[in-house]
Write a protein that binds this ligand. Structure first.
Ligand SMILES: Nc1nc2c(c(=O)[nH]1)N[C@H]1C(S)=C(S)[C@@H](COP(=O)(O)O)O[C@H]1N2
Ligand SMILES: [Mo]
Length: 254
């Protein structure tokens, strides 16, 4: 038999190290929902290394008011539906946020309910994967506050986010999820305000999530429903959000 080539030895060693890493990663639950996807191995390594290297609840950098950008770009326009236009025309008085799934107290909240809750703001950087970014102030309620009100069951693993549906996009044009660590992060806000005003329509009115530790695509706009779950499988292709279905990652850590 031929001596194993150098390449075979390197391959086998890397394979064994890879398997050992994969076992460690799955033992500690550091597997993102899109680990089945076309870039599954890369996504798992990125997500797991962030979870290992970054201490829990690390804060994204916050800026001064003087650093707020004069122009804030937009990615993703409001739902072009009559339902949405009707909501806009009466100031979102009939809009509701539903919170359901693995909670002891499902909630139906109006914009006024949300505005009556403890207010949090932060001035953070929002970066799109397309290469542009801006600094803006977001104002709203911490997602953790809503989750505490609803009473999350201990087996829950993710919070799913759904935008106001559009024709052909029943889950919302973009939909997504956060793991409990990012959902409970103190800077993760359900924001109804931006730069001291009501959230502009283009930026996600009446309510968006702001996740400053991740790329812009995780900050879903035009929210209407949150579902607490232990599995993302029932939604779409089961990869946790619309982004992996379009070739992006599920996790957008920066
Ligand atoms: N519902 C919905 N949310 C969305 C999007 C979208 O198209 N629809 N685009 C995402 C992307 S890719 C980015 S970068 C940010 C952009 O937020 P902005 O328009 O407020 O800058 O929103 C995210 N949330
Ligand atoms: Mo983006």
């Amino acid at each position: 038999m031929n001596k194993p080539s150098r390449r075979m030895v390197i391959g086998a060693t890397a394979g064994a190290a890879g398997l050992a890493a994969a076992r460690l990663i799955s033992k500690y639950g550091m597997v993102p929902p899109d680990h089945y996807g076309p870039y599954g191995i890369g996504q798992t390594l990125t997500y797991a290394s962030h979870r290992i290297l970054m201490p829990k609840q690390t804060l994204a950098r916050e800026f001064d008011r003087s650093q707020i950008s004069t122009v804030a770009s937009v990615n993703g326009l409001p739902p072009p539906t009559d339902d949405y236009k009707r909501m806009v025309s009466n100031g979102f008085a009939d809009w509701r946020l539903t919170v359901d799934g693995m909670v002891t107290r499902p909630l139906t909240l109006s914009l006024a309910d949300l505005k009556g809750m403890p207010v949090r703001s932060h001035i953070t950087h929002q970066a799109c994967e397309e290469g542009w970014s801006f600094i803006a102030e977001s104002t709203g309620v911490q997602l953790s506050h809503i989750l505490n009100l609803a009473g999350v069951l201990p087996q829950a693993k993710y919070v799913m986010f759904f935008s106001i549906p559009e024709k052909g996009a029943p889950l919302g044009k973009k939909w997504g999820s956060l793991d409990m660590e990012d959902a409970g992060h103190p800077q993760t806000l359900l924001a109804y305000g931006m730069n001291g005003q009501d959230l502009p329509l283009d930026h996600g009115a009446p309510l968006r999530v702001r996740v400053p530790r991740q790329l812009g695509f995780k900050s879903l706009k035009f929210l209407t429903r949150l579902t607490v779950t232990d599995t993302v499988k029932p939604y779409g292709k089961g990869w946790g959000s619309s982004s992996p279905e379009r070739g992006f990652s599920w996790y957008g850590g920066i």
